[in-house]
Write a protein that binds this ligand. Structure first.
Ligand SMILES: NC(=O)c1ccc[n+]([C@@H]2O[C@H](COP(=O)([O-])OP(=O)(O)OC[C@H]3O[C@@H](n4cnc5c(N)ncnc54)[C@H](OP(=O)(O)O)[C@@H]3O)[C@@H](O)[C@H]2O)c1
Length: 144
């Protein structure tokens, strides 16, 4: 199946492993240039190498940024550039009794699960609209 993604640029948040990595791999196999993301440079570099090895010739790069930290998100957005396909995959949860979840934990959930998608979509959408081409998916939105 040709999804017409050759030459398109895709960013997948939280993609050093798990569902995000699998989505990134599928996009790379479809010919998209893929930008991976995770919290550490070492983790991102390892995932980039892994993906390049399984999809020879793929255009794969990575940007390390922790969505808990708004300053790291600003750094990510300033280096990200145009994105044709945005996959708001990153998300975290802990199993804990409601009355034992402190404010800083709630803030972490909001920053990672909600605001990551808001900030990335706000960055990517104007360019997508200007180019008249967009692909997006948001686990945060589908949960809302
Ligand atoms: N697995 C399931 O059964 C399931 C079910 C329903 C929904 N989901 C949702 O699907 C998404 C992916 O789940 P998954 O199971 O594939 O997750 P996972 O295997 O735990 O992978 C999480 C990914 O997110 C990255 N990450 C975690 N916290 C981050 C942060 N603060 N900033 C940047 N990157 C971060 C991790 O990278 P590093 O560790 O390298 O930083 C890793 O690449 C999540 O939104 C999850 O809630 C999963």
């Amino acid at each position: 199946m040709d999804l017409g993604l050759t030459g398109k640029r895709a960013f997948v948040s939280g993609s050093t492993q798990g569902i995000g990595y699998a989505v990134a791999r599928a996009l790379a196999e479809e010919g998209a240039a893929v930008v991976l993301n995770g919290r550490t440079a070492a983790g991102v570099d390892a995932a980039v190498e892994r993906l390049r090895a399984v999809v020879p010739g793929a255009d794969v790069s990575g940007i390390a940024a922790d969505f808990v930290d708004p300053s790291q998100v600003r750094g990510l957005l300033s280096s990200l550039g145009d994105v044709d396909v945005l996959v708001n995959n990153v998300g975290v949860f802990d199993v804990a009794p409601f009355d034992q979840i402190a404010d800083d934990e709630w803030q972490r959930y909001l920053d990672v699960n909600l605001m990551s998608g808001v900030r990335l979509s706000r960055h990517a959408l104007p360019g997508m609209l200007a180019r008249g081409w967009a692909g997006s998916s948001s686990s945060a939105a589908s949960r809302a």
